[in-house]
Design a protein around this ligand. Sequence first.
Ligand code: NAD
Length: 265
Amino acid sequence: MKPKLIVVGAAGRMGKRILALALEDGLFDIAGTVERKDHPDIGKDAGLLASAAQINVKLDSTYPIGANVVIDFSRPAAADSSIDHCAENGVALVLGTTGLSDQQRERIKTASEKVPIVYATNMSVGMNLLFTQVGKVTAMLGDDYDIEIVEQHHRFKKDAPSGSALTLAANICKAAGKKFPDALVPGRAGKDQARKKGTIGVHAVRAGDITGKHEVIFSTLGETVTLSHTAHTRDTFARGALRAAQWLADKKTGLYSMTDVLGIK
Ligand code: NAD
């Protein structure tokens, strides 16, 4: 039997691609598609909304009972409902929504004592490779290299800096023995903005339809090393989320990252 999947944020940019690719792969049965209750497409066929086939599952605002796994790419305000639904009903959760609060992260931890959860700010293979390597490069280059993160996303993105930029920053801080997020300087403006040694600049560009680009710049007097990742299409995140949902099938409880799913450290 195929696992039964609920997609939350199903009419969004990511939700539609997750649904379309899940239908293409045929590895899941679509048990439900959840959206905010005032979404104009509530009641319409979710498969057709995702530019795929008619699936006779209507876009709804409630979670159907009996699913095996939820994939949530929605809004921070909506993520609590997915976390609570999964914990209360024994459903695995893949959470890709970014911009969550510290309290929400605690809620995820508590819920993961009851159900298995993959929470990752970026579900692409390449970005997770970067997450694992950025700390190593930080440690190898040492504290004479200034570190700045520049991320670029489309004009519709709500949160800034991106969740992935913050994960990169957290990994850098860990490797350099700095306090996260205290060491971060988000953007710079004003007359007295000379770089303070040991800080990490984080800059968010919002333009056009850029899917996602992250650069980590390590620069000292005489040279610059840049690590960078570019996502060409949202499908890279959607495929990662579906892979995580499959990977969770034999897990009972626990909080996992995408590097666990991909088996890279
Ligand atoms: P989007 O705005 O296109 O889609 C979000 C959808 O969530 C919308 O359709 C919205 O109506 C819906 N929504 C709002 N409130 C809801 C509620 N209460 N219940 C259910 N649905 C609700 O945004 P997007 O570009 O698809 O991104 C969604 C989230 O995923 C963002 O937080 C984004 O940063 C994140 N994201 C994560 C990754 C990753 O790899 N982890 C990759 C891309 C995007």
